[in-house]
Design a protein around this ligand. Sequence first.
Ligand SMILES: Nc1ncnc2c1ncn2[C@@H]1O[C@H](COP(=O)(O)OP(=O)(O)OP(=O)(O)O)[C@@H](O)[C@H]1O
Length: 266
Amino acid sequence: MGPVIESHGLSHEYPDGTTALRDVSLTIEAGERVAVIGANGSGKSTLQLALGGLVDASAGTVEYFGETTDAETVRDRLGVLLQDPDDYLFNTTVREDLEYGPAQLGMSKQAADRRIERLSDRLGLTGLLDQPPFRLSGGEKQRAAVASVLTFAPDVLLLDEPFGAVDGRYRERILELMTAHDGAVVSFTPSPDLVPELADRVILIGQDGSVVADGPVREILTDGPLLREHGLRPPATVRLFDGIVDADAIPLTVSEAREFLVREIR
Ligand SMILES: Nc1ncnc2c1ncn2[C@@H]1O[C@H](COP(=O)(O)OP(=O)(O)OP(=O)(O)O)[C@@H](O)[C@H]1O
């Protein structure tokens, strides 16, 4: 299938002189699940915008599907969820916001309605579809924004902090939707705790905006000194088991930790 996104030497400086990205070269393969982690201000959102073709990086290139460097020509294949859900929700009702993507793609009304109904059901939006988006709570807005990027089944999802304001039940629903998604899923987050559930590979961005590590989830998330050096805290289970069991046996999720304890105690 080949890469869906490939960046070469991506650097970005904002007009006020702030350097947000430094020489970022990375490849995202079709269907891959990747988490981009880094401290506040490390450049994750800037990288997301540059990969999504919404910011023109000062230097470097981004190639899509091995075909083009023009994001606009593949816009219907990229699902870009920005950090602020208000950026999506601009129509009179939530339903109209969810209809927008499929309509842009020329999807039939019937197919769009089916997708919207299913996503609304999963994300608890059914009773909110006729509400004006500005009336929704923070978590409801975020769930509506997640639904809006999933309505058109993009080949690549670029999700900036998709869980921020969302409660536990809907975090699980969003994780399920992301797991079931056929295309590549790239999540950008400053908190490693959910990463083992949403990715197989981690790209760590340092505070200077460069890639400092790129590898399997276990290798990077069990490296406490590396994470701390770059302003992050290891996941709770890693903090709990670190130094007690070998690095390659440390549970990365609560369910893995539970299985481990049940095994050891019985
Ligand atoms: N429009 C802008 N103009 C100037 N500097 C900016 C702008 N947007 C972001 N920055 C700066 O660029 C750097 C990277 O910001 P960015 O938002 O990409 O970081 P981030 O890793 O997403 O942070 P967070 O985890 O807090 O969301 C920061 O130093 C930030 O202050």
